[in-house]
Design a binder for this molecule. Structure first.
Ligand code: PXG
Length: 461
């Protein structure tokens, strides 16, 4: 163990946190009523500890981001060394720094040849904000300023800023703050389990793609700038699309000259068993936002990879692109990301994910015999367990999200972190785990499912 347990007064800390810390994505009434947040104190590998001394298996890798696992000293040392050399300098106005230069080249080297240019940001939300500005400016440079509509999917998640939350398809988010902003249209998500009805998976994939074409025709193809989608929708409930879906989406976008944005914020950096989700799902994107796994969450950093097609217009037409952040290409964050990628490559972690994923699929897949589990699906180290009251018809329990919440709490009681997206339990574990940890996780998950079943037995068909 490389971690240090400090002598903390947790009760006092939780009170202070409740008094002063305004938490993201939180119901403040219930946080106050329940006596505050769970304080996480330290972590190692795939395990986190809370202030009460509970040790939990983190099957979410934080928020889908700690891909290499917790406790890697090399990353802390990379940040320390860089902060001594140069803690900050900007990358605006024709200036650069060594780690930003090296990281741009490194990220580009992990991608298909056409992605030579990398723009740095601090988060996935900023990556997608950047893309909306950059793509609209690209079309303006090409003399088509009216091409500004972005099409995305319902239950897609692209961030929490005004435009990235608008791109996202989360109704609850749109219900606050006057979203979505104009010139964004949403189409059906390729969720066979929930929306497929009697259709076969492959037919349903084509059906969902047809919804995109219908929307393009309604908006007017000449007005559409880009289609944005996560190769596998993460926060929407790990929606692994039918095999027919992406090829058809791609055909439709090409037909109308619409750019494709593959949001790799979750799927990127090995999560699906290849470096990029677009490789796993056979997509050829024009522009790629990334964050999370770029630094395994050790420091905030994101990026946008831009293909030659788009870049050539920027270089040809010239004129300043008025966009950037104080911390675009922050030296310490870039140094940590470089070290993270070095470890991923030296330890062949993407191969590890690909090789171990059938085992994970089998171990977690065995839960599909459970009375309230409708489906278990995985792709690489990304997956979901669907909770249903009727296994045959895939019918949900009443009050969507209630049973997911119960199950999440039972997971925690059993020393396991999985996230509930409504009644879909999702997981995205760190890459550093082996077979024994997967076995341990499956045992804990079954106990949590059993406890949930006890709560809702009378409702189950
Ligand atoms: N795109 C995707 C695909 C994401 O999953 C973002 C963009 C935004 O990234 P930032 O770094 O701005 O948060 C994300 C983030 C959840 C949850 O509830 C998911 C995310 C963030 C917070 C919570 O599952 N994904």
């Amino acid at each position: 163990m490389t971690v240090h347990q400090k002598n903390l007064n947790i009760e006092e800390l939780v009170a202070k946190d409740t008094a002063h810390h305004l938490h993201p994505f939180t119901d403040h009434k219930s946080l106050h009523a329940e006596g505050g947040a769970r304080m996480i104190t330290h972590a190692d590998g795939a395990w986190i500890w809370d202030g009460n001394g509970n040790k939990l298996f983190d099957a979410m890798a934080g928020l889908w981001c700690v891909n290499i696992g917790y406790g890697r000293k090399e990353l802390a040392e990379a940040a320390y060394r860089q902060m001594l050399d140069l803690p900050y300098y900007n990358t605006f106005f024709k200036t650069s720094t060594v780690p930003a230069t090296e990281l741009a080249a490194k990220v580009s080297s992990l991608m298909p040849d056409r992605f030579k240019q990398i723009f740095f940001v601090n988060s996935g939300s900023e990556a997608n904000d950047t893309i909306v500005r950059l793509v609209r400016h690209y079309w303006a440079l090409k003399g088509k300023p009216y091409r500004k509509v972005f099409i995305s999917r319902r239950r897609g998640y692209h961030g929490s800023t005004m435009i990235s939350a608008s791109l996202g398809g989360m109704e609850a988010m749109h219900g606050q703050g006057g979203l979505p902003l104009p010139d964004i249209a949403h189409v059906m998500e390729p969720d066979w389990f929930q929306l497929g009805g009697d259709m076969g998976r492959e037919d349903f994939g084509l059906h969902a793609a047809r919804d995109l074409e219908n929307k393009i025709l309604k908006v007017g193809p000449e007005n559409v700038a880009a289609f944005i989608g996560e190769p596998i929708q993460g926060a929407g409930g790990v929606i692994i699309p039918p095999k027919t879906y992406w090829p058809e989406v791609q055909r439709v976008c090409r037909k109308y000259g619409i750019l494709i944005v593959a949001d790799e914020v979750i799927c990127g950096f090995g999560r699906t068993g290849n470096w990029w989700g677009f490789e796993t799902l056979n997509i050829e994107p024009d522009i790629v936002p990334m964050a999370k796994g770029l630094s395994s969450g050790y420091l905030p950093i994101g990026a946008v990879a831009v293909s030659d097609t788009i870049m050539s217009d920027f270089v040809e037409h010239g004129g300043e692109f008025f966009h950037g952040y104080t911390y675009s290409g922050h030296p310490a964050a870039c140094a940590v990301a470089l070290e993270n990628i070095r470890i991923m490559q030296d330890e062949a972690l993407v191969d590890h994910v690909r090789q171990l994923s059938p085992y994970l699929n089998e171990a977690l897949g065995a839960l599909s015999d459970h009375p309230i589990v409708g489906e278990v699906r995985t792709q690489g180290f990304l997956g979901a367990i669907e909770l249903v009251r009727d296994k045959q018809t895939r019918e949900r329990f009443a009050e969507l999200g209630r049973v997911g919440g119960l199950c999440r709490d039972h997971c925690i009681s059993n020393g396991l972190i999985m996230r509930a997206c409504w009644d879909t339990m999702v997981f995205s574990p760190p890459f550093c785990i082996g077979r024994s940890e997967i076995d341990e996780w499956a045992v804990r998950a079954r106990k949590a499912l059993d406890a949930t079943y006890d709560d809702v037995r009378s409702e189950v068909v």
